[in-house]
Design a protein around this ligand. Structure first.
Ligand SMILES: Cc1cc2nc3c(=O)[nH]c(=O)nc-3n(C[C@H](O)[C@H](O)[C@H](O)COP(=O)(O)OP(=O)(O)OC[C@H]3O[C@@H](n4cnc5c(N)ncnc54)[C@H](O)[C@@H]3O)c2cc1C
Length: 418
């Protein structure tokens, strides 16, 4: 009889094969545990596919920071490319919104920045190690990330630089000429730039996740492609019900990204997870006018990343239900602006939509579920999950193995909300 009929037994079953789940699965294999990684799609096909590919050293300040208050009047108009919001969703989720805004205070900056700095630092180290091991080193570029302003924003750039420097994060302040020197192929529309020099990027985040998944399989891990329908307590362990069978394991890791809350609800966990949706579209590049690195147009509220297939333009945030129909307003708003900066041709594909999973304090959950032994939560990585997946996975593997993670996981404890 096949596994799908009898049910399989593993030490750990990891639910979700985005960057977070794949990383956890690989890190668990490295500790010698038997691991089944399950997803209804190929690894790296959802949020971890469509992001901007930035491995960001400096993203230690989440969106809900004090400056959000001064931006709120603009955002309330619901016309800004940085943030669109659905009024009906907002009313239904007012509790989440109030908690999100309550974190946008001065006293909440340092604790969260310190926590994210630890997670990011550990993760960048692992990405740089794993990408070589996974035979995908050609995909990583150590050219930094440029945040650029059209206005005379030297003050804002210097403030950001000073803040990052407190955490030992290096950056360079650039004027128009210096920007042209490092990005000779863009129109010189930017007066001020901040180059995050310790940040890297990749030319296909989905392909990197697939490479890590191959590395996991190569290390003896099993990948099972199936819809996950339930997580059930089963004696000392767990039984995960799949559309085509089931798997039993001592431990279950929930790494389902924006879908994580769904399967936890029947177990009594109401996870305050919201969705900062975002879009991308890719365009044929002009090889003679290529970009050297991702560029964040701070006032235009978009990013352009040179990818394997072309230039990927990504949008800001759309606050709405995870599965509500797409609205291409933000893409329509930013693409003509992006064309005014970089030269690119026709679209190579349809627009893509994803959902950044976000908890009210913008920190992910990394750790044990409070009321169930052997259930591990690993999601909510908002704008920086592609960066922070590896260290998240390694921390979960360490905790399952009874070891201490390499960074402070206290601030990411699921019990702060559950
Ligand atoms: C526009 C945009 C730009 C971004 N840019 C960046 C960036 O530059 N750098 C960065 O670090 N981060 C970025 N992010 C954030 C990052 O992409 C996410 O935080 C990260 O990908 C989340 O990874 P994950 O593994 O948690 O989720 P996912 O990658 O979504 O993985 C979850 C998996 O669970 C599976 N799944 C869900 N439900 C089921 C079920 N019932 N049965 C079976 N399988 C299931 C899905 O198929 C999916 O593969 C960006 C996000 C967006 C939207």
């Amino acid at each position: 009889m096949s596994d799908s009929v009898t049910g399989k037994q593993a030490d750990v079953i990891v639910l979700g094969a985005g960057i977070v789940g794949v990383s956890a699965a690989y890190a668990l294999r490295q500790r010698g545990l038997s691991v089944v990684l399950t997803d209804r799609r190929e690894p790296g096909s959802e949020t971890s596919y469509g992001n901007a590919g930035i491995l960001s050293s400096g993203s230690i300040l989440p969106l809900n920071k004090p400056s959000l208050w001064s931006d709120l009047p603009t955002y309330m108009t619901n016309r800004h490319a940085a943030l669109r919001w659905n009024p009906a969703w907002t009313v239904r989720n007012i509790d989440w919104l109030v908690r999100f805004l309550a974190n946008a205070t001065t006293s909440r900056i340092k604790p969260r920045a310190t926590a994210l700095h630890g997670l990011i630092g550990a993760s960048l180290k692992l990405h740089r190690e794993w990408i070589v091991k996974a035979d995908a080193a050609q995909r990583i570029r150590e050219t930094g990330w440029l945040k650029a302003w059209r206005s005379d924003a030297v003050g804002a750039a210097m403030q950001e630089q000073a803040f990052l420097a407190e955490y030992g994060i290096a950056s360079q302040l650039l004027d128009r000429q210096a920007i042209s020197a490092i990005e000779p192929n863009i129109v010189p529309v930017y007066k001020v730039g901040l180059l995050h020099t310790q940040t890297a990027s990749v030319d296909s985040p989905g392909a990197v996740v697939k490479a890590y998944a191959r590395m996991f399989a190569g290390s003896g891990g099993e990948i099972r492609r199936s819809e996950i329908t339930a997580i059930l307590p089963d004696g000392e362990g767990w039984r995960v019900v799949l559309a085509d069978g089931g798997i039993s394991a001592r431990h279950v890791v929930v790494a389902l990204g924006p879908w994580s809350a769904d399967l936890l609800r029947p177990l009594g966990y109401r996870v305050p997870l919201a969705f900062e949706r975002g879009y991308h579209r890719e365009f044929q590049p002009n090889p003679a006018r290529s970009l050297q690195r991702p560029i964040h147009d701070a006032e235009g509220s978009f990013l352009m990343t040179p990818m394997e297939r072309g230039i990927r333009v990504t949008t800001g945030v759309e606050l709405t239900a995870r599965d509500s129909p797409s609205s291409f307003t933000q893409l329509d708003q930013v693409i003509p602006v992006a064309r005014g900066v970089a030269e690119f041709g026709e679209a190579v594909d349809e627009p893509w939509r994803g959902a950044r999973p976000t908890l009210p304090d913008s920190l992910p959950m990394i750790g044990p579920a409070p009321r169930h032994s052997g259930l591990w939560l690993s999601f909510g990585h908002q704008h920086i999950g592609f960066t922070t997946g590896p260290a998240t996975g390694a921390a979960i593997a360490a905790m399952i193995g009874g070891a201490a993670p390499t960074f402070d996981v206290g601030p990411f404890s699921p019990s702060r909300y559950l």
